[in-house]
Ligand binder design. Structure first.
Ligand SMILES: [Fe+2]
Length: 447
């Protein structure tokens, strides 16, 4: 491995091919925006590459950051950025070429190869903020809890409080520890990160996950409400932390409070961002299962999904499931089945990884939602019971995938499968011993 002699370094001492001071400043701004979710890093670097077309890291960053949005509609822009970076191979450093290769792997559906390539980059440059964050977000999209913890663990020793962005690395470690059920250590890392950077929404999110898993819903409500001035205004990730606050309200049985958060914070206005719509679907489905009338909200959310699903169907099964939830919840079963058909097609023809996600989890999960809405609860149980133990394979967090467990329990109760429902509630009691929601399930099973 050799680097082109004409290099500069970023703020963390990582080399990149020569670029102007203003391009370098734009890169640092974009890295901060990417880490903090304040502002639009792609907008920042699109302006930079327009001014300086041979700014390699500008193109590499744009491709990588757009990939993390998990939207098929962005592929033409991603492809353009990758092509432009590849055309600069004569100037690019080894690291830049490797990052470009990782982006291409990802675009082609080879997410594990992308992850391995980022690991190779991090072996040489452990302070590469772009590589560690793209790796972390991909581990999240893969539902890979171990790497959420360990990818950060492999590089953390090379960071300290004097390295710009250290708090964000600690925050990522907190989330990985939480997904691996190391709750105390996760909280320790999150609190250390927040002591450095209180505005870090991802770290706030990691701590919210700890509180969710430990049923600290009252404390969670206070924590998120009291810190929201730090992480919410003008932040591209805030909707998800508000979604977590809604989960705390759900746990407490305050369904009106959860619905109000949907209206005011999760989906306050029409959106085209899959990750945001996904949270909307996940919250409305929880309310719907509790018997709350959310038909009007489902109707408008279904419009938002329908405005984009034709392009997106079958791209990422985790998103597809949530499109089906909104469409089925709105009674638009023909369109819900069209998404399901696209997921079935993806289960046959997608690249290996996303084909597996669609086939093993996407198809049965989408089937389960449609069956639930149509009152075929025994079929919901048939679809979800076998896949629940490996549903992490289609991505997301433990808290997000809890929707499958809740749907399974609810369906088992409604199907009159009290033995199974009782066992599932017992299981939930083991890892959520103080959960009012679990208690409510238990009372219904007993009743
Ligand atoms: Fe989350």
């Amino acid at each position: 491995m050799t680097n082109n002699p004409q290099t500069v370094t970023d703020a963390r001492g990582v080399p990149m091919s020569w670029c102007s001071e203003s391009a370098r400043a734009a890169y640092e701004k974009a890295i901060y925006q990417f880490q903090s979710y304040f502002g639009d890093p792609t907008e920042t670097l699109t302006a930079a590459v327009e001014a300086e077309p041979d700014f390699v890291m500008g193109h590499v960053f744009n491709a990588s950051a757009m990939l993390m949005m998990s939207e098929r509609a962005l592929i033409p822009h991603i492809k353009d950025s990758i092509t432009r970076a590849e055309a600069l191979a004569g100037k690019a450093t080894w690291r830049e070429k490797a990052l470009t290769a990782a982006a291409r792997y990802w675009m082609e559906g080879r997410w594990h190869e992308a992850g391995a390539t980022w690991d190779r980059v991090l072996a040489a440059h452990p302070r590469d903020a772009l590589a560690v964050q793209c790796g972390h977000l991909t581990d999240f999209l893969l539902g890979d809890a171990v790497n959420l913890r360990d990818r950060v663990g492999r590089v953390l020793a090379h960071w300290d409080k004097d390295v710009p962005g250290y708090s964000f690395i600690l925050g990522m470690q907190a989330f990985g520890l939480e997904e691996c059920n190391h709750f105390e250590r996760a909280e320790e890392a999150a609190r250390a990160a927040l002591a450095i950077e209180a505005r870090d929404g991802w770290t706030v999110h990691a701590l919210a996950h700890v509180m969710e898993m430990q049923n600290r819903y009252d404390e969670g409500k206070t924590f998120l409400r009291s810190t929201s001035p730090n992480w919410s205004p003008d932040n591209g990730f805030a909707f998800h932390n508000w979604w977590h606050l809604a989960l705390f309200h759900m746990e407490a049985g305050d369904f009106d409070g959860a619905a109000a958060l949907y209206d005011e914070q999760v989906i306050p206005e029409p959106s085209g961002v899959s990750m945001q719509l996904l949270d909307g679907s996940a919250l409305l489905w929880r309310l719907y299962m509790q018997g709350v009338d959310v038909s009007g909200r489902f109707a408008s959310l279904a419009d938002m999904w329908a405005a984009k699903t034709a392009d997106e169907n079958g791209y990422y099964a985790f998103n597809d499931l949530h499109a089906v939830i909104a469409l089925a919840g709105a009674g638009r079963l023909t369109e819900a089945r069209e998404v399901l058909e696209a997921v079935k097609a993806a289960a046959e023809s997608n690249p290996d990884l996303t084909r597996m996600m669609a086939k093993q989890v996407g198809v049965p999960a989408c089937n389960a939602i449609i069956a639930f809405v149509e009152g075929r609860y025994d079929e919901v149980v048939d679809a979800l019971l076998p896949i629940r133990s490996y549903a992490n394979r289609f991505g997301g967090s433990n808290a997000q995938r809890d929707i499958l467990s809740q749907t399974l329990i609810e369906a088992a109760i409604r199907a009159g499968e009290n033995g199974l429902a009782g066992n599932l509630v017992n299981e939930r009691t083991v890892h959520r011993p103080f959960s009012p929601m679990t208690r409510r399930f238990a009372e219904r099973v007993a009743g």
